[in-house]
Design a protein around this ligand. Sequence first.
Ligand SMILES: Cc1ncc(COP(=O)(O)O)c(C=O)c1O
Length: 366
Amino acid sequence: MVIQVANYISDIEPYEGGKPISEVARELGIPENKIIKLASNENPIGISQLAKLAINSALKEVERYPDGNGFHLKKIISEKFSITPSQIILGNGSNDILELAARTFVTLKDEIIYSQHAFAVYKLVTKAIGAKGVEVPATKYCHDLNKFSTSITKKTKLIFIANPNNPTGTLIDKKTLKSFLDSIPKHIIVVLDEAYDEYLLDDLKSNSFEWIDTFRNLIVSRSFSKAYGLAGLRIGYGVGSPNLIELMNRVRQPFNVNHLAQEAAIASLNDKDFIEQSRKLNNEGMSQIVQAFKELNIEFIPSYGNFVSFKLQDEKTTMLYYHHLLKNGVIVRPISNYDLPEFLRVSIGLKNENKIFTKYLSNCNI
Ligand SMILES: Cc1ncc(COP(=O)(O)O)c(C=O)c1O
């Protein structure tokens, strides 16, 4: 029997993540401990010691359902950022927040705007709910908010903005972002995805939580997967006006965030030194890799995240480099599905991992 599904579901191209270490070990016969994964923008130093202790202690309680309202975590987030718990929704990764926003506010008849080269999940969730995606051409690999404005129609219901964006690492400055929010109709929901915010220098941050009271149509999403290192636990959160959050909570699965993740996130938020250490290592690693690109005459897109995308001669050369690195145990990410077929994206690793990456980058005889 053939199962019938809507065309918008069968048209979805599944999300392709970075290759897992175990898969490369299996396929290429390389021992796992000789493989370096620089393909999913994870934190190379791991997680905070405080988070480890919290996870160990929370193991005692896993036979119980987690707190579906995330009371303690929301309290800590609200105190840290001077917002109220009613302005916060927790997600199974920030991916969950992006999806919840679309499922809550958008119907089949509506349009969702996002940028060319923007994070792949925007297109995926748009397709999954059967809405129309409007992809706006990027300018110099960056979201072009002027073009976003001219792409708004009567059917526009939601706009996704990644800041910084993955995989380009580009950043929209806070003034431009704020005037865009000022200029658009207030019935359009704007989801501002700040998964990499913790890596930004303080004066580059938008401090977007302060805009929530002014822009009642704004939802900001943040992640614990990147600078906090909790990618494997799946936890993120959204911040918006209580009215929007309450609506999203109606759609949310009752226990979407597990207990270990909530406890680890609480402990992580209390560990300022860990974030400082992650940011410092990222800045140093970024300089190390950018320096190598310059020496090797390799074009790259200056990045504000914990990754950087670099350009090779053509698509064929790009894949030859990718396989050369892979064969030598270094996993990076091809990004042709982002309309960037001549680029590879590398996540910033530990000093020695970056060194090994640049060594194999330089000795690729194409
Ligand atoms: C821009 C951006 N937003 C959101 C996410 C989702 O992250 P998570 O669901 O792990 O919080 C990612 C992950 O790579 C990302 O790059």
